[in-house]
Design a protein around this ligand. Structure first.
Ligand code: DX5
Ligand code: ZN
Length: 216
């Protein structure tokens, strides 16, 4: 099953509740929350207080994408605030195993992400431990960027590894996902499309979500 995760970064935050309601009704499977600290990426977004507020507004699973230098320090707060999954970056945790274990011990799912420039094999040793891997298909920090084509190679690689080893993790892609490239990404092996601009900068979110899923 293909899952769609609207990225709230592109929503109208002055109408947060309506925006969430709209994608819920439109068939979103989870919500993607981009946490940025101004250190790991050159942008700042929001922290646990906002995650807690969003938690009150929806029952959809919250996938908290930590683009921060010290995910270990802040993970407990995000889980207490209602995160269902914590996704962090391999670039800041060369040995991610302790943090993956900690996240699970605290009752959350764990995801691992890698940036476009990070070697494809850097996640290979951890695929049996995570609930998802997130392939960044733009340089993290901002919505509305263009998809980096080499990301498809990564997706295919993880799909092959998943099948070879009979593993069960989700393969997510994040950044520059559009109606034009969605089906190609699904064919490459993605089962979760994260999309900000494509969903929130259109009027008919339901139609857009269906088009992304290929069910319209
Ligand atoms: C970028 C974020 C993405 C972003 C995607 O650093 O991780 O989740 O919101 O936005 P779009 O879909 O507009 O490229
Ligand atoms: Zn993200």
């Amino acid at each position: 099953m293909i899952k769609i995760a609207p990225s709230l970064l592109a929503c109208d935050f002055s109408r947060l509740e309506e925006e969430i309601r709209d994608v819920e009704k439109g068939g979103a499977d989870l919500l993607h929350l981009d946490v940025m600290d101004g250190h790991y990426v050159p942008n700042i977004t929001f922290g646990p207080v906002i995650v807690r507020a969003i938690r009150k507004l929806t029952k959809l699973p919250l996938d908290v994408h930590l683009m921060i230098t010290d995910p270990e320090k802040y993970t407990p707060q995000f889980i207490e605030s209602g995160a269902d999954k914590i996704t962090f970056h391999i670039e800041v945790k060369k040995n991610p195993i302790p943090l993956i274990k900690k996240i699970k011990l605290l009752g959350s799912k764990a995801g691992l992400s890698l940036n476009p420039e990070t070697p494809i094999e850097s996640l290979d040793g951890f695929l049996n431990l995570v609930d998802s891997i997130l392939v960044m298909s733009v340089n993290p920090g901002f919505g509305g960027q263009h998809f980096i084509e080499t990301s498809c190679e990564k997706i295919k690689h993880y799909k092959e590894m998943k099948e070879e080893k009979s593993l069960n993790f989700d393969i997510e892609v994040d950044g520059g996902v559009t109606l034009e490239n969605a089906q190609k990404l699904i064919q490459s092996g993605v089962n979760t499309l994260i999309a900000g601009t494509t969903i929130f900068h259109t009027k008919d979110r339901k139609k857009t979500i269906q088009l992304l899923k290929g069910t319209y």
